[in-house]
Every structure is written in C-alpha cells, then in structure tokens.
Design a protein. Structure first.
Length: 128
C-alpha cells in the first residue's frame, strides 16, 4: 500500500518536473525575445532614431517589418512588430492592424513563421 502511494507520488513529481522544465524553457525564450526588443528600443532612442523612423515610413508595411526584423536579429511576435510599426507611424492604431500586418507577412516571401511559436515571425532563410 505504501509502496504504491510512493510510486504515485514519484510519478506526480516526475510530471511536475517535466512541466516546470517546459515552463522554464518558454520563459527563457520570452526573456531572450524581450532582451532583443529592449536592444531594438534602445537603438530607436539613439540620435539616428529619426532617420530610422523615416526609413520605416518610406516603404511598404512589409518593408518596414523586414527592416525591424533585420535590426532585431531575432524573431519577433506579431504583436511586438505591430507595436513598433505603430510607434513609427507606419501602422494605424486600430483593430485592423493585426490582420493587416498578418496578411502582409503571409503574402511576402521574405518572411516565415517560426515553427511551434504561434504568431512569431522571422526573416525567411534563403538557401545559398
């Protein structure tokens, strides 16, 4: 009886450990993403920020998203891209911002979704 209870407790703890490791991995990925976004924001606060914002406003929404992803040097969540484009004045602050950017990224060969990361995007990897 006690052996069975100990085995059940061991199985429960093993499952809990597995869940915690998964959560830790996800949190680490979020931290890396936020650190990259912070670096991007720090760059936007630099004296060259006005020129960078002007560059973002000059082309299409897809061009601006490509420039942001190139500067960030890591994949970005769609919501982070939207916020950055709205801050630059390239995308309106409206409920239509999400589908507008999603459609632009989906139709443009320069972008790809990060597998298993929901709505996280990166610049497409082009084979040499």
């Amino acid at each position: 009886m006690q052996l069975r209870r100990l085995r059940e407790e061991d199985a429960r703890l093993a499952e809990s450990l597995k869940d915690n490791r998964t959560a830790r991995h996800q949190i680490s990925a979020q931290i890396r993403s936020l650190e990259g976004n912070l670096r991007l924001l720090e760059q936007l606060d630099s004296p060259a920020a006005a020129q960078e914002v002007a560059e973002l406003q000059a082309g299409t929404i897809a061009d601006a998203a490509a420039a942001l992803l190139a500067r960030a040097e890591h994949p970005m969540a769609l919501t982070d891209l939207i916020a950055a484009l709205q801050d630059a004045g390239k995308l309106l602050r409206s409920p239509g911002a999400y589908p507008t950017l999603l459609k632009a990224l989906t139709r443009d060969h320069r972008f790809e979704r990060v597998p298993g990361k929901g709505s996280t995007w990166r610049l497409a990897r082009i084979a040499p």
